[in-house]
Design a protein around this ligand. Structure first.
Ligand code: NAD
Length: 521
């Protein structure tokens, strides 16, 4: 059976549990991408002109359509990604109506104009507001690991903010792309268009150009998109990968920490940007942690759509996992569990949940995102060493602290570098639409989700007016001694610590301002 995942003009939908090709889907010709963006740009002013509450009413229909199609979404996501049915439902379907309902609720308020000069503006004889204006067309490029959730995270706030969107989902999961297209049917033509294809189609979208790019994917692709976008000065939001760390403190509830971390490392077969890939355990609880972790992992089932851990979704990802594990073993790591794969005859992509210890900094599995069912456990002297290594050895998109003490967890969180830091849980907050979602450094910049997501897709535009249009402004021509005196008085007023000097400055300002206004052209 053919295992090619994509061709220039057609995309194969592949079942990673079996290796079967389920369907072939036409890709959007690269030459048509600019035209799609032009159509989206034509309707952008109309969409932006609808008041936020009106857009909410239209977008609500997408939420209702999800409700009617739950089973279809779950079936396609589970078949094409290899996710256990419960994960296809809980991680890639349920969060969608939650996200949309939340955005419906907050968007009108988040888009209300601000009045930052309410108090100081009148002193300058002006008043105004900051309006939140959409960019125009947002190009959204998304990955295969959560084809529905990540796509909605990339485009939904942009739509609520008044932009039109062109979405290029991953070529690895094209059937999910078709489901996406169907769910967006209730929107007016051109407001949200799905194009299908690989990196060439994505590159054409960036080059169209769009007015903003919303990207979720790997750091190397993110870098290429930034370079291409720079040629057009297109702003970008980058949600990239991580090698996320969990710190297990000496006072952790080891029973709960092991339950939580087995799940946080292996849900979606570890193919989550926020999966725990590195665990640092303080030595006083390390032995207990390790034995409980392995014991709990021994109950985790793999092999059918109803089991706990699915296969990898994408063949090149299985190759990365094999390479990282082999490299670690070559360099002296100990395999505590897994490290093996079934025969994968017929092209399936299974790999056993794998736990490694005795890992060192020169190993890929410590420094680079594995994005698979592999976790390392490292014993450390104390919490400070754990934080140092969590920050230094690789990049965190998210990080967690496991401790019974709120104060200790807060203090360690303050030193951790990550976009999201959690205590006694890990990896689930992309599904919480109120939490800002984004990284630091190599894991990206900009924020999606909720109010922060909406603000990511609008520009603050300052609209200001003179409150006394019958008066000339103090600083208009001609420049005279009185102009200089007026401006000097303002400077003295603002910079002096002494009340008497301030009072003198106000008095001088009053007389020189009246004189200079009389001198204006
Ligand atoms: P990827 O970077 O290979 O591809 C992502 C998307 O970019 C795909 O749609 C692809 O077709 C497109 N693309 C590739 N090259 C392009 C180019 N030159 N120009 C324009 N588009 C291009 O990533 P992936 O393998 O699909 O996803 C896995 C990665 O995504 C991991 O690194 C993971 O951590 C990351 N990720 C991050 C988040 C987050 O929220 N931070 C969420 C999910 C996944």
């Amino acid at each position: 059976m053919a295992k090619t995942r994509r061709t220039p003009d057609r995309l194969q939908s592949f079942n990673p549990r079996t290796g079967e090709v389920m369907r072939t889907i036409e890709a959007t010709p690269v030459a048509e991408v600019a035209e799609v963006v032009t159509r989206a740009r034509k309707v952008a002013p109309e969409w932006a002109a609808i008041p936020p509450q009106g857009r909410v009413r239209i977008l609500r229909e997408v939420r209702y359509r999800i409700g009617k199609k739950i089973d279809e979404i779950v079936d396609v996501v589970s078949a094409e990604c290899g996710k256990p049915t419960v994960e296809a439902l809980a991680h890639d379907t349920t969060p969608l109506p939650i996200m949309l309902a939340y955005l419906e609720h907050i968007a009108p308020r988040a888009l209300r104009p601000d009045h930052p000069g309410r108090f100081l503006g009148p002193l300058t004889g002006t008043s105004g507001r900051v309006e939140w204006r959409p960019y125009g067309v947002v190009g959204c490029i998304t990955p295969w690991n959560y084809p529905m959730l990540n796509s909605f995270a990339a485009f939904a706030p942009a739509l609520f903010a008044g932009n039109t969107v062109v979405i290029k989902p991953s070529e690895v999961t094209p059937m999910c792309g078709e489901v996406l297209r169907d769910l967006l049917e209730p929107l007016p033509p051109g407001v949200a268009t799905v194009i299908q294809g690989g990196r060439d189609v994505g590159a054409a979208l960036v080059d169209a150009p769009c007015d903003k790019i919303s990207f979720i994917g790997s750091p190397p692709t993110g870098r290429k998109i930034c370079e291409a976008a720079a040629a057009h000065l297109t702003p970008v939001v980058m949600e990239l990968g991580g090698k996320d760390a969990a710190i297990v403190c000496s006072d952790a509830d080891v029973d709960k920490a092991t339950s939580g971390l087995v799940w946080s490392a292996f849900f979606n077969a570890g193919q989550t940007c926020a999966s725990v890939e590195r665990v640092y355990v303080v030595e006083s609880v390390a032995d207990e942690f390790k034995s409980k972790f392995l014991e709990k992992l021994s109950h985790v089932r793999q092999g059918t759509p109803d089991s706990d851990v699915g296969p990898l979704t994408f063949k090149p990802q299985l190759d990365v996992v094999r390479k990282h594990v082999a490299d670690a073993i070559d360099k002296g790591a100990t395999v505590l569990a897994g490290g093996t794969e079934p025969s994968n005859e017929g092209g399936s992509l299974w790999f056993a949940p794998t736990v490694l210890e005795n890992v060192t900094e020169d190993m890929d599995v410590v420094r680079h995102e594995t994005f698979g069912p592999v976790v390392t456990i490292t014993k450390v002297r104390d919490e400070q060493e754990a934080v140092r290594r969590a920050n230094e050895e690789a990049v965190n998109l998210t990080a967690s602290v496991w401790s019974k003490s709120k104060a200790r967890a807060e203090s360690l969180a303050a030193d951790l570098e990550a976009g999201t830091i959690t205590t006694n849980f890990h990896g689930e907050t992309l599904a919480y639409p109120w939490s800002p979602w984004g990284g630091t450094g190599e894991s990206g910049f900009g924020r999606l989700s909720g109010r922060y997501g909406i603000r990511e897709f609008v520009m603050p535009v300052n609209v200001s007016r003179s409150s006394m249009p019958w008066l000339p402004r103090l600083w208009w021509y001609p420049y005279t001694d009185n102009t200089v005196q007026s401006v000097r008085s303002i400077t003295e007023l603002m910079s002096s610590p002494e009340l008497a000097k301030k009072a003198r400055a106000v008095k001088t300002l009053a007389t020189s301002a009246v004189k200079t206004l009389k001198e204006k052209l």
